[in-house]
Design a protein around this ligand. Structure first.
Ligand code: CP3
Length: 339
């Protein structure tokens, strides 16, 4: 297909591209007008499980913003749901699990993932591949981030129960990480079989750990996940926030691309992670400032990247719900115009 834009995939593989590709984490849903209209009638989970509508939400930013990749409209909690966990999404809160994981026996209750449990996602991916002229990114939450929701029972920014479980029950923790890792591998393999052309693993809350605890409690599982996904043949992106203190370990997995939040200097990440493509890392709050400020800060990111090969422009975390699509579209054009 000659009109297929593979700039994003080429950048993931570190190849030279005509311009710097750009997409935004949480570009689907959130602030866009078409999404908000659909949300008047449907809840988030219902939406993710209705392939025609979910595909429509993924497509909206492609047309409206002109980004170089699409992301599946889904949620990281769909995997635990497919493993038998009851999840509710509560407005203005996030995922809530009434029967949270508190004991080793709770870990044993998790069911194995099987592809038939996400037939709806496979269907969404097939619809999207029929429509898209840019690559489709599939994704999953990483085991630590998933475990934090399962153990806390709801979003917290302290991770007290999670860390306490990890410290006090190292064997059950390891079992939980192993079971979730198996799930992540199967879930992502299923997305690629259905047509996903790149994969991102979000370890959104991993920065809660020290580098030493990351190495001890999490990294072996991440290494297994990424190595297992090599056979899919698609680029693998490893994203986390607050990873500056553990970046060499975080970036040591077998992933083509490392996603960075805004706290990390891009030029420094290049030195620490030779051979990896990088993705990031404009502070999302920049989008709320004026266009001149946005462009000056984009200039600064470009100045810190001497070699533009293997760089995918993105935010340092998700798009703020308040972002204005006209400004975001201008930002995309500005990045595309930079040489
Ligand atoms: O932002 C990240 O760190 C990405 C990883 C992540 C997703 N969901 C991916 C996602 C995380 C940490 C979640 C958990 C989650 N699920 C939250 C955050 C809770 C917290 O701790 O603060 C929330 C609010 C949900 C429920 C949810 N998922 C909603 C309300 C929506 C739709 C609109 C929105 O606000 O984004 C989703 C969709 C979703 N979750 C997407 C992704 C990648 C698809 C949309 C996209 O990427 O554009």
């Amino acid at each position: 297909m000659s009109d297929f834009n593979d700039t994003f995939l080429r950048a993931c593989r570190g190849e030279a591209t005509d311009y710097t590709p750009v997409w935004f984490m949480r570009q689907a849903g959130r602030s866009l007008p078409g999404y908000r209209k659909i949300r008047e009638k449907y809840g988030v989970l219902e939406l993710t499980q209705t392939p025609e509508l979910a595909a429509q939400v993924s497509l909206e930013p492609i047309d409206l913003l002109g980004v170089d990749a699409a992301i599946l409209f889904a949620d990281i909690m769909l995997l635990p749901m497919a493993m038998g966990v009851d999840v509710r999404i509560v407005d203005a809160v996030g995922p809530v699990i009434d029967q949270s994981i508190n004991t080793p026996a709770d870990v044993a209750r998790l069911q194995a993932f099987t592809p038939d449990r996400i037939e709806y996602l496979q269907q969404t991916i097939k619809i999207l591949r029929g429509e898209l002229k840019v690559p489709l990114i599939g994704f999953a939450g990483a085991p630590f981030t998933l475990a934090s929701y399962l153990i806390e029972g709801q979003p917290t920014r302290q991770w007290q129960k999670t860390k306490r479980f990890m410290f006090e029950e190292p064997e059950a923790w390891d079992q939980l990480m192993s079971v979730l890792s198996d799930g992540v591998i199967g879930y992502l393999q299923t997305q690629v079989s259905a047509g996903a052309q790149a994969l991102q693993i979000f370890d959104s809350w991993i920065g809660a750990l020290s580098a030493a605890d990351y190495r001890r409690y999490v990294l072996p599982h991440m290494q297994r996940i990424f190595s297992s996904l090599k056979a899919t043949g698609v680029p693998r992106i490893h994203f986390g926030t607050d990873t500056a203190g553990m970046l060499e370990d975080f970036g040591s997995v077998e992933a083509e691309v490392i996603g960075l939040d805004w706290r990390m200097d891009l030029g420094r990440a290049r030195q620490l992670l030779p051979g990896k493509a990088l993705q990031g890392n404009l502070d999302p709050i920049t989008l709320l400032a004026g266009q001149d400020v946005i462009e000056r800060r984009v200039d600064e990111l470009f100045a810190s990247m001497q070699d533009r090969r293997g760089w995918i422009f993105n935010l340092g975390h998700g798009m703020p719900p308040e972002a204005d699509d006209t400004k975001v579209k201008q930002l995309v054009e500005y990045v595309h115009g930079k040489r």
